[in-house]
Design a protein around this ligand. Structure first.
Ligand SMILES: [Zn+2]
Length: 354
């Protein structure tokens, strides 16, 4: 198959101040025939409470679109929304929220073939524009499903500036993780018959570079938020072009998946978990960690596993589990032996700030 006929790009990417107040004008600029089509807004109860005015305004702009408050970020919920969309001849789904809402709305749009407009209220990870949705399946077990990327992405910089700092830090963590993910992708290609897609590689590398080398380090500044928004979107597009999550997900993500699946009581966001995994991954890959460490310090990203309640034993077990949590994904973990002494040493160094 010709690789370059199988990916989609969003028609619209707007990163503007107060964009949520004129989202209809933005959409109209790119997809004029969307206005007047039946739409629904998908969000969550607490967000509808906090952003009542903005969400009502967006609903009004899209023909008094019904506001649906989702109950869970699950496969069943996405299917229920898709069912409503198909039965009621709804053509447009507008997702307003964080990762949970956006993944559910994105998958509902994928199943129902509706146009999907993505409007994030925080920048906590790169699922924003990615061709994947992480949804609950049976109970709290989660699975990643391939899906269509959004038709339009509208980021309101004012909204993101006012979001909790932890969310933005998580988005930074997911961007920084590309450093070790890209190394693992190349390593995997050299060990198998698979190839690295140069364009997807370059996009993901640029996404990392734009945040890593950004002069503006104030997370509340508009410049930084614009850069981070675009970096996360470019990460998503790199995955779409590569046809896999490889440009953005390597051994550091396997570590995070091991925490999510085997240690659900550890309260750490996806972005912070992958950021934490980046340091040991870098050491396993024999890459220099000094630059990353100064970046972590400058942004107040904590490198001490104990600060998230991760003990030395858990840390070693998480890395052991990371080897098997996603079978078939070759990373540096396939190149090294499980070495408890080395892991304990890395843990101690991280606890001391390295
Ligand atoms: Zn990620």
């Amino acid at each position: 198959m010709n690789q370059h006929t199988r990916f989609n790009l969003p028609i619209c990417l707007a990163v503007e101040e107060d964009a949520f107040f004129h989202s209809d004008d933005i959409v109209k600029r790119y997809i004029p025939d969307i206005i007047g089509q039946k739409a629904i807004v998908v969000s969550e109860e607490f967000l509808i409470g906090i952003y009542k005015e903005k969400i009502t305004d967006i609903s009004r702009d899209f023909g008094n679109a019904e506001i649906v408050s989702m109950n869970s970020a699950s496969f069943d919920e996405a299917v229920a929304i898709a069912k409503k969309v198909c039965i009621e001849d709804i053509k447009v789904i507008i997702g307003i929220g964080g990762g949970r809402v956006l993944d559910t709305a994105k998958y509902a749009a994928h199943i129902s073939k509706a146009v999907y407009i993505c409007m994030p209220t925080s920048l906590s990870n790169d699922s924003l524009a990615s061709p994947f949705s992480v949804l609950e399946t049976y109970g709290k077990a989660r699975k990643t499903f391939a899906c269509k990327i959004p038709t339009a992405i509208i980021v309101d910089t004012n909204m993101i500036i006012n979001a909790p700092v932890g969310q933005t830090l998580s988005g930074i963590g997911d961007t920084i993780a590309k450093h070790t993910a890209l190394y693992d992708w190349k390593l995997s290609a050299s060990k198998t018959s698979s190839q690295v897609d140069d364009f997807a590689y370059a996009l993901s590398r640029m996404s990392f570079d734009s945040v890593y080398h950004c002069d503006q380090q104030d997370m509340k500044s508009r410049v930084f938020i614009r850069i981070l928004s675009r970096a996360l979107v470019m990460g998503g597009l790199a995955m779409e072009i590569a046809g896999s999550s490889r440009p953005c997900s390597g051994s550091e993500h396997l570590f995070a998946h091991a925490i999510e699946e085997y240690y659900p009581d550890i309260k750490i966001s996806h972005g912070l978990a992958v950021a934490l995994g980046t340091i040991p991954a870098c050491i396993f890959q024999r890459q220099d960690i000094d630059g990353l460490l100064s970046f972590f310090k400058a942004h107040g990203l904590d490198v001490d596993p104990a600060s998230y309640g991760i003990t030395k034993d858990m840390f070693a077990d998480m890395w052991e589990k990371a080897r098997t949590v996603r079978t078939g994904r070759i990373t540096v973990l396939d190149e090294i032996k499980h070495d408890r002494v080395q892991l304990d040493e890395i843990y101690s160094r991280m606890a001391e700030g390295i």
